[in-house]
Design a protein around this ligand. Structure first.
Ligand SMILES: Cc1ncc(COP(=O)(O)O)c(C=O)c1O
Length: 402
């Protein structure tokens, strides 16, 4: 999208570049065609956008949800084949979701500890039906002085899985049908973090070595679980940053992708994401000019989750030549920017009423700040039947899931 051509919105709003989204959907489809595709809803957080991606994805198989309550909401809205990726203790929502199983929907719950299995079994017993379970296998790479990966699942070795399977032997209302082996350290870690170029070679080395290990460990775990008498109907892996790698792994039946569709700023720093186009962000109107070289916009905040660092701060996408003031950053309701001298000399100083187009560091979190994403196509707002087209977010529907 050529941001120079766009009309400046008078209010802080979120934008969705439909041309870039289409480009990203096509690229995801090309890269992942060897496996089935599951969309990570946490990275989209809009029913409209989920439906749009689904419609344009021939090998779409289902959704990866992030909470039990959200899973119920997705089932209520007609989605099927939902894998809730994170273990839950929200009994009421699990029980609610089970009603949809009775109507033929597929809903699978994540587990990596016996407590998870006990809880799911109890609810299954109450509802007189079996609950489908996916075992989350930890694909991190622990090294003597460095843990390369995420601390989520307690199931790392076959012995861990053997123990949980044995403990679960007496649980009559669960069925282990699936396995997830998410290689977060490959799929979600950028090599080129701002201000940290010295560690880029080390990250690349670790990622390559981890890929070799994941290939071996995940395949052998799948083989072993199947041999124990738990035929796996799905093996889920990957994420946006590992599409080429994960889709080429023979043991994987499906990949999860979310962030690649919006391509938020954090993914600019990742080698594997360079062909993707920024498709979503937010825009701030310039409302003040406190000094000759400083403009101040309405709106701000929008810092991303995760370890605190500059890679979690939004980036200015357009116009060029703006930099954040280190003492203020993206403020609570206002954000000042210093304007480069060269920009001023060229006569391009942004004036009051003009717009600063920005991108969030993460994908779905953008949608938590806005009721809707305003759609643009062909360098202008998309007008359908006389009205600006928007994609309503979860927040816009009055919903907030965690
Ligand atoms: C379990 C799991 N699978 C897949 C993903 C990939 O999501 P994305 O494509 O948005 O990076 C994530 C992201 O954190 C995840 O937690």
């Amino acid at each position: 999208m050529d941001f120079a051509q766009l009309p400046a919105p008078p209010k802080v709003s979120a934008w969705l570049d439909m041309d870039a989204l289409d480009h990203n959907i096509k690229l995801v489809n090309q890269k992942t065609q060897a496996v089935k595709l599951r969309i990570a809803t946490k990275s989209i957080r809009s029913m409209d956008v989920l439906r749009y991606i689904q419609k344009h994805t021939p090998h779409f198989i289902g959704l990866m949800s992030y909470s039990a309550a959200e899973s119920v909401y997705l089932l209520q809205n007609g989605f099927d084949n939902i894998l809730c990726a994170y273990p839950t203790v929200d009994r009421a929502s699990v029980a609610e979701a089970l009603k949809y199983n009775q109507q033929g929907a597929t809903m699978i719950w994540m587990a990596d500890r016996i407590e998870h299995l006990h809880l799911l079994n109890e609810i299954g017993k109450q509802q007189e039906q079996s609950v489908e379970v996916c075992l989350d296998i930890n694909m991190s790479m622990p090294l003597p002085k460095l843990y390369f990966g995420t601390k989520r699942s307690a199931l790392m070795r076959k012995s861990d899985v053997k123990t949980i399977i044995e403990q679960a032997g007496s649980l009559s209302h669960i069925t282990i049908t699936a396995m997830m082996g998410y290689e977060a350290q490959i799929a979600g870690l950028a090599e080129h973090l701002p201000g940290k170029s010295l560690i880029t070679p080390a990250i690349k080395l670790l990622k390559n070595s981890s890929k070799r290990q994941v290939s071996r460990r995940r395949a052998s775990m799948v083989h072993w679980i199947n041999k124990q008498g738990y035929p796996l109907k799905l093996v889920n892996g990957g994420g946006s940053g590992s599409m080429d790698f994960t889709s080429s792994q023979p043991e994987v039946t499906e990949i999860t992708v979310g962030s690649a569709y919006y391509k938020p700023a954090y993914f600019d720093y990742m080698d594997s994401m360079q062909q993707f186009k920024p498709a979503a962000g937010f825009v701030l109107p310039v409302t003040r000019q406190p000094e000759k070289r400083v403009i101040t916009c309405q709106g701000g905040g929008f810092i991303a989750s995760g370890a605190i660092g500059t890679d979690k701060v939004p980036v200015v996408h357009y116009p060029p030549g703006l930099s954040l003031l280190p003492d203020e950053g993206f403020g609570e309701v206002q954000t000042p920017f210093a304007v480069d001298e060269a920009v001023i000399k060229q006569g391009n100083m942004p004036t009051i009423g003009e717009a600063v187009w920005c991108r969030h560091a993460k994908a779905g979190e953008l949608a938590e700040h806005f009721n809707e994403l305003v759609c643009y196509r062909g360098n202008k707002p998309l007008i359908v039947e006389g009205a600006a087209q928007v994609m309503t977010t979860y927040r816009g529907e009055g919903l907030c899931f965690h």
